[in-house]
Ligand binder design. Structure first.
Ligand code: URP
Ligand code: ZN
Ligand code: ZN
Length: 461
């Protein structure tokens, strides 16, 4: 199958020019001016005049079909990757979980079973490790050799996911020596647990107390500690879902010292704020996620961090739960509201609109933050994350001038609300190719469950 994309405005993390792209099979074969004369017979021609042609988005933080808080996130690998594709994201890196008593492989195998035959686009896995006695540490290297080159550790959720500082140090040492990367959920979960128990005992049970029991200092302390332990272990560290200026200052200080500290933030921390928890009638539950939404003042600091490269990646932490029957589990106790929110479909348009169209970041940085940087940090580059000869033809044709209104009535995520209901955004994904195959075209789904492949990732370079 040969496809010619004509006359588009190709944007990568470093380039911006008008040209044609010839796709042969699954990869980009040629890029140049007026390729019609040299392409030979093609099966499909797409006119991209006036459109942006960008690398497919990479979302390195999703939770499809994740058991959490007595239920499971409502998107599985089919509905979640399909929704991602509609929004211009063609690769996800999801979090598999190793539970207590399991070998690392057991955890990973369970997530392969969830994804295989279902994923519509390519995917990789990080592995959440919850139980790492010394004898299990060598299993980290075995995972890295299988292409699962990053691991998430939690400083939060005592008794469920939390691992102590000794375990974090040992895991970072082992990962660092073998080209692995530790992703850290950085929050002082022990202090937070005390605050949560006190709030419940005192009858403060509404959704807003989720936020009020997770202060920014608890996150900043976790980030500081994660980076300090990484420095002692001589390893890089990647802070996930960084939400506030207090935490960002810790990353900034480390990077100013030249330490290999990296961090992502998410659209919800750039665009939504604490006031949403004050909504009446349990509506605040829609925004119960961890870390919580912060005061509005944090948002421009995070945008500045994205411009100055103190933050390298925008992921979503897509972890949807329906209001009906899922978020409702915590109607009388905020600590029982499953933590997480939807967003995988909205990331590219939200960041284009609020980032590029509103002058906060330029087009190249948009591509870097939503695709290229994640590809580089997580060992997917240059197969993914750019448009270059030989790269996978994961390509998005994006109309920068069309407007859309975000709504649960029209989105493709399997969740009964949108955190951005009624928001108008400029910038719409029109055509999506996954390894050369058109999977979305003008609002129509053309992909297939099971077409997505597991991608073995490279080590941290
Ligand atoms: O609230 C969130 N973020 N849920 C997903 C789990 C996590 O910590 O990333
Ligand atoms: Zn987390
Ligand atoms: Zn997460």
């Amino acid at each position: 199958m040969k496809t010619l994309i004509k006359n588009g405005h190709i944007v990568t993390a470093v380039d911006s020019y008008i040209a044609d792209i010839l796709i042969d099979g699954e990869t980009v074969a040629m890029i140049g001016k007026d390729l019609s004369s040299v392409a030979g017979a093609v099966d499909k021609t797409i006119d991209a005049t006036g459109k942006l042609v960008i690398p497919g988005g990479i979302d390195p933080h999703t939770h499809m079909d994740l058991p959490f808080g007595g239920t499971s996130s409502s998107d599985d690998f089919e509905t979640g990757t399909r929704a991602a594709a509609f929004g211009g994201t063609t690769t996800i890196i999801d979090f598999a979980v190793q539970y207590h008593g399991q070998a690392l492989n057991e955890g990973l195998d369970a997530w392969f079973a969830k994804a295989e035959g279902k994923a519509t686009t390519d995917y990789g896995f990080h592995l959440i490790c919850t139980d790492l006695p010394d004898e299990r540490l060598p299993e980290l290297k075995a995972m890295i050799n299988q292409g699962v080159t990053s691991f998430k550790l939690f400083m939060a959720y005592p008794g469920v996911f939390l691992v102590d500082d000794g375990v974090i140090f040992k895991a970072m040492t082992e990962a660092g020596e073998n080209g692995g990367l530790i992703c850290m959920h950085a929050e002082n979960g022990v202090v937070i647990d005390v605050l949560v128990k006190r709030a419940i005992a005192e009858g403060r049970t509404a959704p807003k107390y989720h936020a009020l029991t997770r202060p920014t200092k608890a996150e900043a302390e976790g980030v500081h500690r994660a980076i300090a332990i990484a420095e002692m272990a001589n390893s890089p560290v990647y802070i996930v879902h960084l939400s506030c200026y207090d935490a960002l200052k810790e990353v900034q200080a480390a990077r100013d010292l030249g330490l290999p500290a990296f961090a992502e933030t998410c659209p919800q921390y750039l665009l939504l704020d604490y006031s949403l928890y004050e909504k009446p009638d349990f509506e605040g539950a829609k925004y119960v996620m961890t870390p919580p939404l912060r005061d509005r003042e944090n948002q421009e600091k995070l945008w500045k961090g994205l411009r100055s490269d103190d933050l390298q990646v925008i992921s979503t932490d897509h972890c949807p739960f329906c209001m009906k029957e899922q978020k409702e589990l915590g109607r009388d106790d905020f600590s029982r509201i499953p933590n997480g929110g939807p967003g995988v479909e909205n990331r590219m348009s939200l960041i284009y609109h609020h980032g590029v169209a509103q002058g906060r970041i330029n087009l190249n940085r948009f591509v870097e933050l939503t695709s290229t940087a994640a590809a580089k940090i997580f060992g997917l580059f240059p197969k993914k994350g750019t448009i270059a000869v030989g790269s996978d033809a994961d390509i998005v044709i994006f109309d920068p001038n069309r407007e859309q209104t975000i709504s649960a009535a029209t989105h493709h995520m399997r969740v009964d609300y949108s955190a951005y209901e009624g928001w108008k955004v400029k910038g719409v994904t029109e055509v999506v190719l996954s390894r050369g195959k058109v999977i979305v075209e003008n609002g129509e789904w053309k992909g297939k469950a099971g077409d997505g492949r597991f991608i073995k990732r490279g080590t941290f370079a």
